[in-house]
Design a protein around this ligand. Structure first.
Ligand code: ADP
Length: 431
C-alpha cells in the first residue's frame, strides 16, 4: 500500500473517531438535559452540535423542552391556585381513595377533624372517630349518586376548646364503577341551625304570649255576657281585668314591633347630639310616682358626668333603655328598697348604671336574660305585667348606639345594670 493511501485511511479513521466521540458527547448532554427537565432545571439548548440521528434528536429536544417546561409551569401554577382556593375555603374538603385512605384535606377539614401533616395516606376511620363521618364516606362510595346529609361532630377536647359543631355534608363519588374514591365537602351550619331554632322558639313564644292575655279577655267577656254584666259585685272587677290584659297585649305588640324594627336593621331612630344629664333626670322623675307608691327610695346622682356632656343618640332610644331598666328595678324590688341611678365618665365613654336592692337574678339565668322572652321567674314576670322582651330591646338599642351593657346580680341582694355609651365631641367651631 502506498503511503498516500495509508495517509487517507488514517485521516478517515481519525475523522470517524472524532465524529463518534462528538456523537457520544452530544448523547451524554442530551441525557443530562432530560434529567434536568425531570428535575425542573434548565440546561438547554444543547451546546454540542452534531449531525445524523443524534443531531436530529438533540434538535428535537431543544425545540420540545421549552414548551414542556412552560406546560409544566402552567400546571404547577394551576395546582398552586387550586391549593390556595381550597385552603381559603370555609368548607372542609377531603378526598379519599377507594380503600378509605385520605388523599387530601384542606385547612378547614384539618381544623374540623384535628388532622395534621401525617394524616395523608391513613385510614379515615382512624383519623376521624365519628361514626356519622364513616357513614357519610360509605354512603358516598357505595351509593349511586351524590350524598347529602348532616352530622353532629362532638367537641374534640374536654373543656370545649373545640366545641361541638353541626356540619352539612356533600359527598361526590369520583368517576368509575366502583368509584375511584370520593370527595366530601363539610359546611359548618351550627350558627344557621341555632338561628333557625331561635326563630322557631320566637314564633312559638310570641304566639303563646299573645294567646294568654287574649284567652283571659275572652273568658272575662264571656262571663260578663253570660251572667256577670249586671252583678255589681264582680262586673267592675272583670272589666278592670280585661283592661289589664288589653294593656299587656298592647305592651307586647309594642315591644314586638320595637324588636322587629331593631332587628330589621332599618334605622328609624334619628341619632343627634343629646345632653344626657337633663334627659336622664327627666326620665327618672317620670318613674317617681310608681317608686313612691311602692315605698321605694329612688335616687339619682349624675354629677360626675357634667351637664354639657353629649352623646350621639335619639331621645326615644335612650328613653326606652332607661324606662326598661328603671321599670324592672322598681318591679323586682320589694317595698322599702332602693333604686339608684348613677353616672360617670370613663375614658371616652359616658356610663350610667341602674342599681336596685331587689330580688336579684340567679347566676345560671344571668347569661340568658337578654334573650327574647327569657325570664328568670316566668310567673312573677307575668304577674308584674312583664313581656320578657324589655332587656332584649335594651341590648339591641345599646349595641346600635355603639355601646355596651353588662349586669351584676346577687339573689336576695340586688341587681346592677351598667350601660356604656361613646361620648360625642362636637367638632371645634372655627372663629
Ligand atoms: P320582663 O318583662 O319579664 O321584665 P325583661 O326582658 O325586662 O322582661 O327582663 C328579663 C328577665 O330578667 C325578667 O323576667 C327578670 O327575671 C329578670 N330581671 C330583669 N331586671 C331585673 C331586676 N332589676 N331584678 C331582678 N330580675 C330582673
Amino acid at each position: 500500500m502506498q503511503l498516500a493511501q495509508i495517509g487517507v485511511i488514517v485521516v478517515l479513521l481519525l475523522a470517524w473517531a472524532a465524529i463518534s466521540w462528538r456523537g457520544r458527547r452530544a448523547l451524554d448532554e442530551l441525557g443530562r438535559g432530560i434529567t434536568a427537565l425531570d428535575e425542573g432545571r434548565r440546561t438547554w439548548p444543547n451546546r454540542i452540535r452534531t449531525g445524523g440521528a443524534v443531531g436530529r434528536l438533540t434538535a428535537l429536544f431543544d425545540a420540545v423542552a421549552p414548551r414542556l417546561e412552560a406546560r409544566i409551569e402552567r400546571l404547577e401554577q394551576e395546582r398552586r391556585q387550586l391549593r390556595a382556593v381550597l385552603s381559603g375555603m370555609a368548607e372542609g374538603v377531603i378526598a379519599i381513595d377507594p380503600r378509605r385512605r385520605l388523599v387530601f384535606a384542606n385547612a378547614s377539614a384539618d381544623k374540623f377533624f384535628g388532622l395534621d401533616a401525617s394524616a395523608v395516606g391513613r385510614l379515615v376511620a382512624e383519623l376521624v372517630r365519628s361514626p356519622q363521618v364513616q357513614e357519610a364516606v360509605e354512603a358516598t362510595l357505595t351509593g349511586t349518586g351524590p350524598y347529602e346529609g348532616e352530622i353532629n361532630l362532638p367537641s374534640r377536647e374536654p373543656g370545649l376548646r373545640v366545641p361541638s359543631r353541626i356540619l352539612a355534608v356533600h359527598g361526590t363519588p369520583l368517576t368509575g364503577s366502583p368509584p375511584q374514591g370520593a370527595v366530601l365537602v363539610f359546611h359548618d351550619v351550627t350558627e344557621l341551625r341555632r338561628l333557625e331554632r331561635m326563630r322557631q322558639d320566637f314564633v312559638a313564644n310570641a304566639s303563646h304570649e299573645l294567646k294568654t292575655p287574649l284567652a283571659s279577655i275572652k273568658a272575662y267577656t264571656e262571663t260578663l255576657l253570660d251572667w256577670a254584666l249586671h252583678d255589681e259585685n264582680v262586673n267592675e272587677k272583670f272589666l278592670h281585668r280585661i283592661e289589664e290584659q288589653a294593656d299587656r297585649l298592647n305592651q307586647l305588640i309594642l315591644d314586638l314591633l320595637s324588636l322587629a324594627r331593631l332587628e330589621s336593621g332599618q334605622d328609624f331612630y334619628e341619632h343627634g347630639p343629646l345632653a344626657l344629664v337633663p334627659f336622664i333626670e327627666s326620665c327618672v322623675e317620670s318613674h317617681r310616682g310608681r317608686a313612691e307608691a311602692k315605698n321605694l327610695n329612688l335616687t339619682v346622682n349624675l354629677s360626675p358626668i357634667g351637664n354639657d356632656t353629649l352623646i350621639l343618640a335619639d331621645e326615644e332610644a335612650i328613653r326606652q333603655i332607661l324606662d326598661n331598666l328603671i321599670d324592672n328595678a322598681i318591679k323586682y324590688t320589694p317595698e322599702g328598697g332602693t333604686v339608684r341611678v348613677r353616672g360617670q365618665l370613663l375614658d371616652n365613654c359616658v356610663a350610667f348604671d341602674v342599681t336596685d336592692t331587689g330580688i336579684g337574678i340567679p347566676r345560671d339565668d344571668l347569661p340568658r336574660i337578654f334573650e327574647r322572652f327569657y325570664r328568670a321567674d316566668k310567673a312573677r314576670s307575668r304577674e308584674l305585667g312583664g313581656t320578657g322582651l324589655g332587656l332584649s330591646i335594651v341590648k339591641h338599642l345599646v349595641l346600635s348606639l355603639g355601646g355596651k351593657i353588662s349586669v351584676d346580680s346577687r339573689v336576695g341582694s340586688g341587681t346592677r345594670f351598667m350601660v356604656k355609651l361613646p361620648q360625642f365631641q362636637p367638632p371645634l367651631q372655627k372663629s
